[in-house]
Design a protein around this ligand. Structure first.
Ligand SMILES: NC(=O)CC[C@H](N)C(=O)O
Length: 537
């Protein structure tokens, strides 16, 4: 790949998109595997978004491009086609490349279930606590060696299949306490000898200090591999910024590759942070409240509701005192959780058990998804201590199910039909859970699903009074048909149609257009090609 053809921008027709897909689908062609890494001066500087935009930009040109994040810490994950689990940001970036998600795009995923411990997922598979101990040993050096081996193994597979690999760092490379044994930022870039660009968020203020300070805290060889900087989320008059940019380029002796505008209404899945923004609620006629657990997982389940013009959508932190306040919702949703028993205890301590019952007495509806579904049941048992201390907890007692957490994590993409209130619709989604739930009585299971392996099964549970529905399915509002059916059941009739997939595709294209306009793509192309990766395999 040459700098020229990297910067040669064109929008593909639908036909060339298909040929990209075909190309991307069957890897094993000649590939030089150029690597570019994006690091940020802070968390939330815009790394994921920049990588997603670059993925779409290059994929639209017919390039074989893939995303990569060596190590991700997030509770928002996606099920891959090869039956594993990766961070959602990498799944979105894969989609930006017109690719299905693959475990190699994010070989290490850490899912925190307390302030001091995480579930470790290596190349898509969750290690049990025992495995984690033997895999990594007790010291951080043990972890680094094994994790780095997995990272390089995945990367070398991608290098054989793709022309360009766009790598996202994590947090900032200048976290002094995390530098030793780092595999997520400069530790990775040094190991594979790839160029780095640094992105900084000007909206937060202090952008010059962030950039100069970050570079000052790097070693000489790390500084040298930072080949340019990108300033993100700028609003206002660029001519007023220009003197600052000139000063910066002289000070750091590196180019500013571009200043990206503040994309106020960019609606792309958040990597991990909860995105509470919603479209205008002027015409909203239905109130949805999603409880936010300290260890909420897969909050992107709610994006279709957050972006729905008929819905007044709210997140409510369950660890904040609320007792006595009016709940003010037609539908309350309990989301997934990485620490179900503990999040349930937090919720009950704040009086949410009583609040939910009151809401139901007034005719409100309740949905529980995955961990939230488990909480609605009679009991949650964790005899092996899969999510912390071993033991049992009483559930909220609103659905006739009993759950046992097992070390055998279920990961599956599923599709089928949902039947509620006499209506049925097709539905698709994914399951990520250690728990297995038994429905005790003859309660209705409203879903008939089929997994990738072709197994058909009934899923979910509806209370006898028809007011409470629980399911393991993440992404259950993504299909417009299923979303309309669920909202209809919950009391919102003739809801507008929101198609999150179409929104996502339009946003990725818009992002790529923005990068094409505001980044010096010729220079970026040169950065990518002038530093061939060293043989690290
Ligand atoms: N995604 C989830 O909510 C998972 C629920 C629970 N932590 C389990 O593993 O079963």
């Amino acid at each position: 790949m040459t700098a020229d053809n990297l910067s040669n921008q064109s929008k593909p027709s639908n036909q060339s998109k298909q040929s990209i897909q075909a190309k991307q689908g069957n890897g094993n062609q000649e590939a030089s595997g150029n690597i570019l890494m994006v690091q940020g001066t802070t968390s939330d500087a815009g790394k994921s978004t920049l990588v997603a935009g670059l993925c779409r930009y290059f994929a639209r040109q017919g390039r074989r491009v893939a995303p990569f994040k060596p190590q991700n810490m997030a509770l928002n994950s996606a099920v891959t086609l090869d039956g594993g689990e990766i961070g959602r940001a990498q799944a979105l970036q894969a989609e930006a490349c017109y690719l299905a998600p693959h475990t190699d795009f994010n070989p290490i995923l850490l899912k925190p279930n307390s302030d001091t411990s995480s579930q470790v997922i290596v190349q898509g598979k969750a290690l049990s606590h025992m495995e984690a101990q033997t895999y990594f040993g007790k010291d951080s050096q043990g972890y680094r060696t094994k994790a780095m081996a997995a990272v390089l193994d995945s990367l070398s597979r991608l290098e054989r299949q793709y022309e360009l690999i766009l790598v996202e760092g994590a947090g900032s490379p200048a976290e002094i306490n995390l530098r030793e044994g780092d595999i997520a930022n400069m530790g990775f870039a040094e190991a594979v000898d790839c160029p780095v660009i640094l992105i900084a968020d000007i909206d937060k203020g202090g952008v010059f200090a962030h950039i100069v300070g970050t570079l000052a805290l790097l070693s000489a060889s790390e500084q040298a591999r930072v080949r340019g900087v990108v300033i993100n989320r700028f609003r206002g008059d660029i001519s007023l910024l220009q003197p600052g940019l000139d000063w910066l380029e002289a000070k750091i002796d590196k180019p500013v590759l571009g200043v990206l505008p503040y994309l106020n209404d960019l609606r792309l899945e958040a990597e991990d942070a909860l995105d509470a923004r919603q479209v205008s609620t002027d015409n909203a006629r239905f109130r949805v409240l999603v409880l936010v657990f300290p260890r909420i997982s897969n909050h992107t389940d709610f994006d279709p509701l957050r972006l729905h013009p008929d819905i007044d959508f709210r997140y409510q932190q369950v660890n904040e005192a609320f007792e006595g306040q009016a709940i003010d919702a037609d539908l309350i949703i309990l989301p997934g959780s990485k620490s179900v028993r503990q999040d349930l205890a937090t919720m009950v301590a704040q009086g949410w058990d009583r609040a939910l019952k009151r809401h139901l007495r007034y005719g409100g509806k309740v949905i529980g998804i995955c961990g939230g579904y488990q909480m609605l049941g009679l009991a949650i048992e964790d005899p092996q201590g899969v999510e912390g201390e071993a033991g049992d907890s009483d559930g909220l007692g609103l659905l006739p199910i009993v759950t046992e957490l097992t070390s055998n994590k279920r990961l599956a993409q599923v599709k089928g039909t949902i039947k509620l209130a006499g209506e049925s619709a097709s539905i698709a989604g994914y399951e990520i859970h250690c728990g297995r739930s038994k429905v005790l009585s003859k309660a209705t299971k409203p879903l008939v699903l089929e997994s990738d392996e072709g197994n058909r099964f009934n899923e979910g549970c509806l209370s006898n009074d028809g007011q409470i529905f629980g399911s393991y399915l993440h992404g259950l509002f993504d299909s417009p048909e299923a979303c309309a059916l669920l909202l209809g059941w919950a009391g919102l009739s003739s809801a507008a149609t929101v198609d999150p997939e179409a929104i996502k595709q339009a946003q990725l294209d818009r992002l790529a257009d923005t990068l094409a306009e505001h980044l010096d793509m010729a220079r970026l192309g040169a950065i990518i090609t002038e530093m061939p990766p060293k043989a690290h395999k």
